[in-house]
Design a binder for this molecule. Sequence first.
Ligand code: PEP
Length: 254
Amino acid sequence: MPRTKIVAGNWKMNLDRAKAKDLAAAVAARRGEAAKVELVLCPPALYVETVGSALAGAKSDVRLGAQNMHDKASGAFTGEVAPPMLVDMGCGYVILGHSERRTLFGETDAAVNTKTKAALAAGLVPIVCVGETLEEREAGRTAAVVTAQVTGSLAGLSPGELEKVVVAYEPVWAIGTGKVATPEQAQEVHALVRGLLAGLSSPEVAARVRIQYGGSVKPDNAADLARQPDIDGALVGGASLKADDFLGIAKAFA
Ligand code: PEP
């Protein structure tokens, strides 16, 4: 069975409520341009309801996701959002371990692992991000870093859980910089990740896991990435803030 391609937009801490609603409506209206691709919008948590309503109003199958969550289902965690709350609001996906969370908020592989298990327990599809810094790449440590992140973040998952996970390979040096990895650089790491997933479960399970590339994906570089055998979609930051660009990328994976 070929893997269904998945393109997700990480809106980060951008837009306002009106713009979030308009962008969701614009993506929903043109969703047919990439009909076979699973599309996910990940707005700021506060706008999840607005975006969810816009998508529901358009009777769209564009899916809703969050950018982060706490690992506990409820409790005294001021300012946090619980996995069941995301489900309650219509989210089906959650981005975990994004490099900004790892770097700016100190998230470790162990923390990402706990969150991944919590997301799966709540019925969310975790989009688990991994990727090396420029310094690590230049020191020849890409494989070691990505191996530690994948095995650490996905440790202890059953095969059934693992096949629900989406992995996003996002080289940190490519995020928001305009410097995209070459298709060959990306494919090399994607193949490594798939091998690691096979080691964590089996080649059959690994063959079913979607691995997205992220890092300055734009409509004009998406097609070359999409041609690589182990690149199953994209996690898109900046370009997801414009419906034209987001759909242009999605079309490349259609
Ligand atoms: C991201 O933050 O996940 C990302 C890939 O950003 P950008 O597309 O802007 O590089």
